[in-house]
Design a protein around this ligand. Structure first.
Ligand code: IVH
Length: 669
C-alpha cells in the first residue's frame, strides 16, 4: 500500500487526467485515449481510494453516483431568475421581432447567434471555488429544486472546473435524453409494465426528479450548456458577446452545442432555421425550434426583458410533425403478465417521410381520455424516431358510423376470462399459462438485458412454445439437440449455437436473472438494487414485505409483487429447475464487497467535534452507508452533534434512532 503522501499525489494526478479525458470524451466528443485506458485509470483511482478512504472527496470522478436517496428535494432560490422565451411561428413574426428590437436600439449593427432549442429541462449549475456546489431545476424561474445529486450523475457535467474559472459563477443549460435513450428506457418500462413516458422530455424530467440518484445514473441523460447565469468574481473579465461566452464556457470544460452558428443578420438567421426544419430529424435528440439571440451582451443588457421574456432572444418553433388518417381498428396484444394492451391500426399515412400503420394506445383509459372511436379520423404525431401516437380525434369529421371501443372480456390469445382491478389501468388475462403470456415471458427471459441468450429470438421462442418444448423459462435449459432439430428451420449448426448460448447464460449475473424472471414491477433498475441487497435468489425469495420496503426505492407495490411471485408454487418450481440445470442463483464470490454500513441511511445534524460534515459523510459512504439531507422513516441513524437542528425533532417524532458523536465514532471503528 503506498504511503499517504504518495497516495495523495497519485490520486491527484489520476483525477486530473481522468477529468481531462472525460472532458475530451463527454464534452468534446473527441477522445484522445481508448476506453480501456480510461477504465484502467479509473480502476487505479478506485483502488487507491479504497486503500485510503479518507482521501475520497465529493468531486472525485469515482463519486458521481455516491449519494444516498433523498426523502425530498430542497427548494433553492435563483439569485438571478431563469427567464423563458417568447415564441414566433413564421418568418413574418421573426422579422416583426427583429424590427421591434431594432427600433429600440436604432443605428446599431446587430449580429445574432442561432442555436437549436433543445426540448429538455432547464437547470442552473453553481460552481464555488472550482467545485460544483449546487444544481437546481428552473422551477418557476425564481425558485427551483436542488437536484445536485442527480445532476452529478451526468458525465458531461464537470464536478470541478479549472483554477482559472471565476471564484463563483452559475451556468445554465438544458438536460435532455437522446431519442435512442428514450426508446430504450420505454422498452424496459414496457417489459416492466410500467407506464411509458410520452416523449424524451417527460422521460428526462422523470429521470431528473428521482429521489434515488442511482436510478438517475442509469438513465443516459446529457446536457448542453447555453448561458452563464452570473459571474461573481471581480477579477474575471466577462466576455463581450454571447458567442465568446460560449467559447469561454467550452474552455472551462462545459459541453456546448456544436450546432450553433453566428449570423451577421436576420436573413441568415431565417435560413439557419429553415435548414434545421429539415435536418432536425437526423439529430439524436429532440429540438423543438431555433433560439435566435442578439450576440452583443451590451445590447442584450440595453434591450432587457418584458415580464418573463427577454427582448434580446426569441424561439422560432418548428412545426409539429403531425398528419391525419383513419383509425381502422383497435387490436390487442397480451403482455408478459397478462395485461391486454390495445394498439391502433391506422390507414397507412406518411408523416415526414415515414409510413405509420400503428400507434400505441397504452390502455383502455388512454382511449377514453382521448375520446377515440373506431372509424374516427385522427391526428397522429411522430416526434423523431419515437413510437407514433394519436393526439386526438377530429370530431368534425365524424359521420355517426364510428364505434365505441369495448375491451374484450375474453383473452384474445387463450379465451380465458379477463379481469380488471379497480386500482390499475390494465385489464388482465386470468390464465397463468396463457400462451401469449408465456411467449412474452420467454422472449423477455432471453432478451439482451435479461439472460441475453443469443439465437433464441422471438420466432424460435414462439416455435419452442407452440411445439410444447418450452412451458416455462426453465425448460430452455433442458432442451436437447434432437428436440431442437425437430423444429422447422433449425439446422445442426444453429442448434449447436443455441445450446451453447443457453449454456453460457447459466453464469449470468444475479441482477440479470432477477430481471429475467419477469416479476411484475421489477425492471432492470430494481433488479440491480435487489441483487446488491440480497446477494442470492434464496435470500430474496424469503424477504418479507416489511424487509423489502426498508430498501430505498422499493415501495409497497414492488414489495407486494415480489412476495406474491415467490409465494406461487409454479415460480418456486421454475427456480428449483433453474438451479438443478446449473443456473447461478447467487452473486459470484467477491463480486461485491459487503460493507458494514450497507443499506443503512444516515442523517447528520449539528456540529461534530472530530469531523467536518463532509468528512463524516465521506467516512459513512466509504463504509457503504448513505447520507440523506432530511429524516424519514427510511433513516437508520440520526447523528446529532452540538447544536442540532429541527432534524432531531423529526427523528424523535418518527422514532428514528438518534446517536451522539461518541456512539458514531464507535460505529465507524
Ligand atoms: S436561452 C433568456 N437557449 O427554452 C434565455 N434556452 O423557453 C432563455 N432552451 O427555459 C434561455 N434550448 O429550457 C436558451 N439554446 C437554448 C435553449 C433554451 C432550450 C429552453 C430553456 C428555457 C426555454 C425557454
Amino acid at each position: 500500500m503506498p504511503d499517504i503522501e504518495t497516495a495523495k499525489k497519485q490520486i491527484a494526478e489520476l483525477r486530473e487526467r481522468l477529468s481531462y479525458h472525460s472532458y475530451r470524451y463527454y464534452a468534446l466528443d473527441s477522445p484522445e485515449i481508448s476506453d480501456a485506458e480510461y477504465d484502467r485509470m479509473m480502476v487505479d483511482l478506485r483502488s487507491l481510494e479504497e486503500q485510503h478512504p479518507e482521501l475520497i472527496t465529493p468531486d472525485s470522478p469515482t463519486q458521481r453516483v455516491g449519494a444516498a436517496p433523498l426523502a425530498e428535494f430542497g427548494t433553492v432560490e435563483h439569485p438571478k431568475p431563469l427567464l423563458s422565451l417568447a415564441n414566433v411561428f413564421s418568418d413574418d413574426e421573426l422579422l416583426a421581432w427583429h424590427k421591434r428590437i431594432s427600433n429600440l436600439v436604432p443605428n446599431q449593427a446587430m449580429d445574432f447567434v442561432c442555436e437549436l432549442k433543445m426540448d429538455g429541462l432547464a437547470v442552473a449549475l453553481t460552481y464555488v471555488d472550482g467545485k460544483l456546489m449546487r444544481g437546481a431545476t428552473r422551477g418557476d424561474g425564481f425558485r427551483g429544486e436542488d437536484i445536485k445529486q442527480n445532476l452529478r450523475t451526468i458525465k458531461s457535467i464537470p464536478l470541478a472546473v479549472p483554477k482559472n474559472a471565476p471564484r463563483k459563477f452559475e451556468v445554465r443549460g438544458e438536460v435532455y435524453l437522446s431519442k435512442k435513450g428514450f426508446e430504450k428506457l420505454n422498452r424496459e418500462r414496457a417489459a416492466e409494465e410500467l407506464p411509458l413516458f410520452a416523449n424524451p422530455r417527460n422521460a428526462a424530467a422523470g429521470s431528473l426528479r428521482q429521489l434515488d440518484p442511482r436510478v438517475t445514473a442509469r438513465r443516459p441523460l446529457d446536457i448542453y450548456i447555453y448561458a452563464i447565469g452570473y459571474i461573481d468574481d471581480p477579477s474575471v473579465k466577462a466576455p463581450a458577446t454571447h458567442w465568446e461566452m460560449m467559447e469561454y464556457l467550452k474552455s472551462l470544460g462545459f459541453r456546448i452545442s456544436p450546432y450553433s452558428a453566428k449570423t451577421a443578420n436576420i436573413d441568415e438567421a431565417t435560413r439557419y432555421y429553415h435548414r434545421w426544419c429539415d435536418w432536425r430529424e437526423k439529430l439524436d435528440f429532440e429540438a423543438d425550434g431555433v433560439v435566435i439571440k442578439v450576440n452583443s451582451l451590451a445590447l442584450q443588457e440595453t434591450l432587457g426583458a418584458v415580464g418573463h421574456d427577454p427582448r434580446w432572444a426569441v424561439a422560432y418553433k418548428f412545426p409539429a410533425i403531425q398528419a391525419t388518417t383513419k383509425l381502422l381498428d383497435i387490436g390487442i396484444n397480451v403482455g408478459r403478465t397478462g395485461s391486454l394492451n390495445p394498439y391502433a391500426i391506422l390507414e397507412p399515412v406518411s408523416v415526414s417521410g415515414v409510413t405509420i400503420k400503428r400507434a400505441t394506445l397504452h390502455n383502455e383509459e388512454d382511449i377514453r381520455r382521448k375520446g377515440l372511436r373506431i372509424g374516427d379520423t385522427v391526428i397522429v404525431q411522430r416526434a423523431g424516431d419515437v413510437i407514433p401516437e394519436i393526439v386526438a380525434p377530429v370530431i368534425s369529421k365524424r359521420t355517426g358510423e364510428e364505434k365505441e371501443f369495448v375491451m374484450p372480456d375474453r383473452c384474445p390469445s387463450c379465451g380465458s376470462e379477463v379481469y380488471k382491478s379497480a386500482d390499475e389501468a390494465a385489464a388482465r388475462c386470468t390464465n397463468a399459462s396463457c400462451p401469449a403470456q408465456l411467449h412474452r415471458l420467454v422472449e423477455h427471459f432471453v432478451s439482451r438485458n435479461a439472460m441475453d441468450i443469443d439465437g433464441v429470438g422471438e420466432k424460435i421462442a414462439a416455435s419452442l412454445i407452440s411445439n410444447g418444448l418450452v412451458k416455462d423459462a426453465s425448460d430452455l435449459y433442458y432442451l436437447t439437440k434432437e428436440q431442437l432439430l425437430t423444429i422447422n428451420g433449425i439446422e445442426e449448426k444453429s442448434a449447436n449455437n443455441m445450446l451453447e448460448a443457453i449454456d453460457e447464460s447459466k453464469g449470468r449475473s444475479l441482477e440479470r436473472l432477477i430481471f429475467a424472471l419477469g416479476i411484475r414491477h421489477v425492471g432492470a433498475e430494481i433488479a440491480d438494487i435487489l441483487a446488491n441487497h440480497f446477494g442470492s435468489i434464496d435470500a430474496l425469495s424469503q424477504a418479507t414485505e416489511e424487509e423489502l420496503t426498508q430498501i430505498p426505492a422499493i415501495g409497497p407495490k414492488i414489495a407486494g409483487s415480489i412476495v406474491a411471485f415467490f409465494q406461487k408454487a409454479v415460480n418456486r418450481s421454475i427456480i428449483e429447475r433453474l438451479e438443478q440445470a446449473g443456473v447461478a442463483l447467487k452473486e459470484r464470490e467477491g463480486a461485491k464487497k459487503d460493507l458494514p454500513f450497507k443499506g443503512q441511511q444516515f442523517v447528520l445534524t449539528g456540529t461534530l467535534a472530530s469531523f467536518t460534515r463532509s468528512e463524516a459523510e465521506t467516512r459513512i459512504k466509504a463504509l457503504g452507508g448513505g447520507v440523506g439531507s432530511s429524516v424519514s422513516k427510511k433513516t437508520t441513524y440520526v447523528v446529532a452533534g452540538a447544536d442540532p437542528g429541527s432534524k432531531l425533532e423529526k427523528a424523535r417524532k418518527l422514532g428514528v434512532k438518534i446517536i451522539g458523536e461518541d456512539e458514531f465514532l464507535k460505529l465507524i471503528k
